[in-house]
Design a binder for this molecule. Structure first.
Ligand code: DGY
Length: 312
């Protein structure tokens, strides 16, 4: 029996399977464990089940001598120092595939909600500002038959592309590191939607120059990771009308403090990192995160491992 530290309660029954086999401590609060608690929990554990809000960095890993497995409850593992884990021979698991559809759905929802001004319209109705139907009130942009640039040609990006076939869109894809394709995509797209992981190469990928290369009528959508977009440049681009708007599920920092200048931009639609937030998806993610941990603690290969070289 191993000791496992789980940094938050997870939806669905998955953790029960872990409890049957191992001694499990679940951080009981709705906010992430403070650093000292994360260190305490990891230091005593063979298995760590972390969330994207937990920084599983080299120091934490070094201070956890018993650690045999890190299972991250996310497809992204940018919150984990995977190199440090690999150096210790610790497999790092993630939860791919099961969140592809819900994240792709949200990306399309953000395109529609931003360009059709849903949040603004809802606010105006609730505020009693809507008096009568007017021919030129709240005009937006069409997603149907638009050109949509998808940055990142992985599972989620390609699923978004399939969704957009129904909207008769022209889709342009730029794979990771394909600078030439990115430049053409930025200049031709009515919507630019980001679907690449956060890595040292993609941090700040969309900065002032890239926003400046977009059409003034274009919308930026981000359901990947906030730091892929330079938020100082984004705030400026929105304020100066350099782009039509941004609809984002992820920000930098996350969450944005209430007095962050970006929140004053009228053409920003922001939601609280809910790309995978459906009952089915979050429960499926929990099952995979537990499968990863159970396998590693049994000395078997994790079904979804981002550093398979630890098995070589
Ligand atoms: C992920 O899995 O990386 C998402 O951002 C949260 O589900």
């Amino acid at each position: 029996m191993a000791r496992c530290f789980i940094t938050r309660e997870l939806p669905g029954p998955a953790l029960d399977r872990l409890r049957v086999a191992h001694e499990v401590e679940v951080w009981p609060e709705r906010v992430p464990p403070p650093r000292a608690e994360l260190e305490r929990g990891a230091a005593a554990a063979e298995g760590l089940l972390s969330l994207l809000t937990d920084s599983v960095d080299a120091e934490l890993i070094a201070a956890a001598p018993r650690l045999l497995a890190i299972s991250n409850y996310a497809v992204g593992t940018d919150n984990v120092d995977v190199d440090a884990a690999t150096a210790r021979g610790i497999p790092v698991g993630n939860t791919p595939d099961v969140l592809t559809d819900s994240t792709a759905d949200l990306a399309v929802a953000l395109m529609l909600a931003g360009a059709r001004r849903l949040a603004e319209g809802e606010r105006s109705v609730r505020a009693g500002e809507w008096r009568t139907w007017e021919p030129a009130r709240m005009l937006g942009r069409d997603l149907n038959r638009a050109t949509v640039g998808i940055v990142g040609a992985g599972r989620i990006g390609r699923t978004v592309a399939r969704r957009l076939e129904g909207f008769e869109c022209r889709v342009m894809l730029a794979g990771r590191g394909d600078r030439a394709a990115l430049e053409v995509l930025l200049s031709e797209s009515d919507f630019v939607t980001i679907h690449c992981p956060l890595t040292p190469e993609t941090r700040g990928l969309i900065g002032a120059a890239e926003l400046g290369a977009m059409k003034r009528t274009a919308w930026l959508v981000n359901t990947a990771r906030g730091p892929i977009v330079d938020h100082v440049a984004l705030e400026r681009a929105l304020r100066e009308g350099r782009i039509a708007g941004a609809a984002v599920d992820v920000t930098d920092p996350e969450p944005l403090p209430a007095d962050h200048p970006l929140l004053t931009a009228a053409n920003l639609l922001v939601v609280p990192h809910i790309g995978s937030a459906t009952h089915r998806t979050r429960e499926a993610m929990a099952e995979i995160a537990v499968d990863n941990l159970l396998a590693a603690l049994a000395g078997e290969r994790m079904p979804h491992c981002v550093n398979p070289e630890v098995y070589e």
